[in-house]
Design a protein around this ligand. Structure first.
Ligand code: SF4
Length: 457
């Protein structure tokens, strides 16, 4: 295990050990699954596609459909155009999707395949049937992370589908970010409670949390329909949740179609959810419904009731930049002390934002982007914490240091519930807070001597 991780941090610029991220195509594949009747296509070798599909399947515990250009040595030398043309012919012949969303891989990017030209010729040659859509995103994995891959694919959606607007409609585009299907459901719930006509994209609810029906469906009922994507340029506003995952698409819609945008933090925790709700209320000019006010009140009530168990608890957290920023704010609001906050996705904005949140409560916190779990372990060894919050890969650190661990973020490969119970919104905050508090209480019970084991905590 990890008992030999040294506490002393040595400078290393060209080495990552257990990076807190994975590669761009994983996020691109996930985003593409959020379009109804869309088949993600990996333009590269079979190994990339198999890895990305299996990683998604392990996290969501659902089959993930995707095809591949299946590169071999020939394609690596002469380019992947023949493979992609053959793949498209087979895809439309056998699997009949409405949309094929192509993402590139390290190999096809290094070769320099010109995907738009290949697609133009394939359409002219009749390989892409009339009425079917094929588009692509560039997702080389030697830059960025799965989050930038997601962002690139979402931006490619708005570059491809929206048609020029004859007039503005009352709808609001909502980009929920790289979040769980349950969170996308929660975003739609909040919009409905606020009376907002929302066009949510991409939307993996009903795709990666589809019910068991005893019959196989290649394309589940969920996903944003193409007809909705085509009308995105007619909306009066775009709300992008999570700047890293959602802002590029929102900015493109603004520049190309004149749809103004608001970029917000992911609505995780009380204040970030308040900001999201307030933005929609200001736009729609409505008032908070009693039902939504009650949802908020229940979260505030639990935050208040549990404060004694949380105050001053030292936490190390890691994961994707958008959820980690909002979670940091939520933990600080709970009276906890985030002393180490890391993301594997590169970018200065993350550090600035987290330092801003923690400047009063934990000014000495270790904050870093492009970081890895080896470094997190070293920090935790030097400055022990009461709780770890992050994805499954932290379980080895949790065992080595005997620290409780709340699973949060992506990927979660050894627990269930994340695809079905949200962490976004007031209800998601309730669920997340419950898991944090219960994990700490279980540890308190475990560590209590017999004479101090309390029945009521
Ligand atoms: S890092 Fe590159 S080569 Fe490796 S799986 Fe990802 S896309 Fe494929």
């Amino acid at each position: 295990m990890l008992h030999h991780t040294p506490a002393v941090v040595a400078e290393r610029k060209a080495l990552r050990i257990n990076p807190a991220k994975t590669c761009q195509p994983v996020g691109a594949m996930y985003a593409a699954l959020g379009i109804h009747r869309c088949l993600p296509h990996s333009h590269g070798s079979q190994g990339c596609c198999a890895y990305h599909r299996s990683h998604l399947t392990r996290h969501y515990r659902e089959p993930v459909m995707a095809s591949t250009s299946s590169f071999t040595e020939g394609a690596s030398v002469f380019g992947g155009a023949p493979n992609l043309r053959q793949a498209l012919a087979t895809i439309f012949d056998v699997y009949d999707p409405d949309v094929v969303a192509i993402h590139t891989t390290c190999l096809s990017e290094t070769i320099g395949d010109d995907i738009p030209s290949i697609l133009k010729k394939a359409a002219a040659d009749g390989i892409i049937p009339q009425g079917k859509r094929v588009f692509h995103a560039n997702t080389p994995s030697y830059v960025g992370s799965h989050v930038t891959g997601f962002a690139n694919m979402v931006r490619a959606m708005v570059e491809t589908f929206p048609v020029p607007a004859a007039e503005r409609m009352e709808a609001v585009n909502l980009i929920p970010g790289y979040v769980e299907p349950s969170d996308m459901r929660e975003v739609k719930h909040l919009a409905k409670m606020l009376g907002v006509d929302a066009r949510v994209f991409p939307d993996t609810s009903g795709v990666l949390d589809a019910p068991q029906t005893a019959s196989f469906r290649m394309y589940p009922s969920g996903g944003t329909p193409v007809s909705v994507l085509e009308r995105l340029g007619q909306s009066r506003l775009t709300v992008a949740l999570g700047p890293t995952a959602s802002e590029p698409a929102a900015r493109f819609l603004e520049a190309a179609h004149g749809v103004p945008c608001r970029v917000l933090d992911l609505p995780i925790g009380l204040r970030a959810t308040d900001r999201f709700v307030q933005t929609l209320l200001e736009d729609a000019g409505g008032a908070l419904s009693p039902e939504l006010n009650d949802e908020r009140g229940r979260l505030v009530d639990l935050m208040t009731d549990m404060h004694a168990h949380l105050h001053g608890k030292r936490v190390a957290l890691w994961g994707d930049p958008d959820p980690v920023v909002s979670l940091t704010e939520f933990l600080a609001d709970l009276g906890m002390k985030p002393v180490c906050v890391l993301t594997g996705t590169p970018g200065k904005r993350f550090e600035l934002r987290v330092r801003g949140i923690l400047k009063k409560t934990a000014p000495r916190a270790v904050v870093g982007a492009g970081a890895d779990l080896f470094f997190l372990h070293q920090v935790v060894k030097k400055e022990p914490v009461d709780l770890l919050i992050g994805n499954t890969y932290g379980k080895y650190i949790a065992r080595a240091e005997d620290v409780p661990h709340v699973r949060f973020g992506w990927p979660i490969l050894d627990r269930v519930g994340h695809a079905h119970f949200p962490t976004l919104g007031y209800r998601g905050g309730l669920y997340l807070l419950t898991r944090i508090v219960n994990t700490l209480l279980e540890r308190a019970d475990r560590d209590a001597p017999d004479e101090e084991l309390e029945l009521v905590l």
